[in-house]
Ligand binder design. Structure first.
Ligand SMILES: C[S@@+](CC[C@H](N)C(=O)[O-])C[C@H]1O[C@@H](n2cnc3c(N)ncnc32)[C@H](O)[C@@H]1O
Length: 335
């Protein structure tokens, strides 16, 4: 579904085949983690974030000093990376990489179609383990990419050349890293109750003619029958994420309207939905995610330990065949 750009298919079939050589991924995560803290990076003036000119903690190190300080809606407490998905917990980088393996092919194809390449200055918000930032700076050949995250421990080892890192909270009112031709945020706004305000702020960071590209989860199947263990577990997971860190994907289909209301033009959107089958990276991603969300999932009362074990077994044994939650990507151009 690409109203103005035409459809963009996966560039290369299996997502893991599309991972560029040297990209931080499950195979080299340990190596990247072992060098974290040894790479100096350059920050950007004018933000409230901690610039990357100093050393950062290794991936196994503990929380940053401000961890747990951000309030959530409904008094839910801490947000992403604080109450759940803490980056300092073993395996978190690998978990993010499994998601990237499932979705990077689509994101790269879209960013290329929207002009990512030489001559462009890019901002990657909530860059995580940096698979997209690194690809932009490498294969795509952009002039500059600034990879921003609240916690840059996975990004720091990638810094150099066209890639810079910045530790900053995108929800901070003073977030002002400069102006860019391409601003990208994937699987970030869905975790932020203030997503509308953040999207508006990201629009302001665009140069005239620049593109904002937002990607987040969309779930076409798991709210509906049949009530397989997989679908029941997924429903419990969304509810658990909502109540603990404020994650909400109910509004992501509204992205085109949101971008139009922000004054962007040439709006486009598309959805890619990986199949959840035996051995798929996305299956491994959901298993890891359920593991980290387990207590909150049980607390919903929608599942018990036996049901969770059945759901996990259906993925590991390959008996499940379903549609994973997918990626909705929407974009627009600043006039
Ligand atoms: C699910 S991961 C997605 C990573 C990457 N964008 C990807 O698609 O692979 C979400 C990332 O957003 C970061 N993040 C969450 N809230 C943030 C905030 N308020 N400001 C900056 N980064 C944030 C997290 O630290 C994490 O690295």
């Amino acid at each position: 579904m690409s109203p103005d750009e035409g459809p963009v298919g996966p560039a290369g079939g299996e997502a893991d085949a599309a991972r560029p050589a040297g990209t931080a991924g499950p195979a080299n995560r340990a190596a990247a983690a072992s060098t974290a803290g040894s790479t100096s990076t350059t920050g950007t003036a004018g933000t409230t974030g901690r610039t990357g000119s100093g050393r950062q903690p290794a991936a196994s190190a503990g929380p940053p000093a401000d961890a747990g300080s951000r309030g959530r809606v409904d008094g839910a407490g801490a947000g992403y990376g604080e109450a759940l998905f803490e980056p300092w917990k073993p395996g978190e980088g690998e978990r993010i990489d499994l998601g990237s393996m499932a979705y990077d092919t689509f994101t790269r194809a879209r960013l290329l179609a929207l002009g990512a390449g030489p001559g462009t200055r890019c901002l990657d918000i909530g860059a995580g383990t940096g698979t997209i930032s690194r690809w932009l700076a490498g294969e795509a050949g952009v002039d500059e990419v600034l990879a921003v995250d609240r916690d840059v421990r996975f990004l720091e080892p990638l810094a150099g050349g066209a890639l810079r890192t910045l530790a900053a909270d995108v929800t901070e009112p003073g977030f002002a890293p400069g102006r860019f031709d391409l601003v990208h945020a994937r699987f970030v706004l869905m975790h932020l109750p203030e997503h509308r305000r953040v999207a508006a702020r990201l629009c302001e960071l665009l140069n005239p003619g620049g593109r904002l590209v937002l990607g987040d989860a969309v779930d076409l199947t798991t709210a509906a029958p049949p009530d397989t263990p997989y679908r029941l577990a997924m429903r419990a997971m969304w509810q658990a994420l909502r109540s603990t860190i404020g994650t909400d994907i109910s509004w992501t289909p509204e992205y085109p309207r949101l971008l139009r209301d922000l004054g962007l033009t040439e709006i486009g959107a598309e959805i890619q939905v990986p199949a959840l089958t035996a051995g798929s990276p996305i299956g491994a991603f959901w298993l890891e995610t359920w593991e980290r969300t387990r207590e909150a999932m049980l607390a919903t009362g929608l599942v018990d330990a036996g049901l969770l074990a059945e759901a996990a077994e259906s993925i590991t044994s390959g008996s499940v065949a379903d549609l994973s939650p997918g990626l909705v990507t929407a974009w627009g151009r600043r006039p």
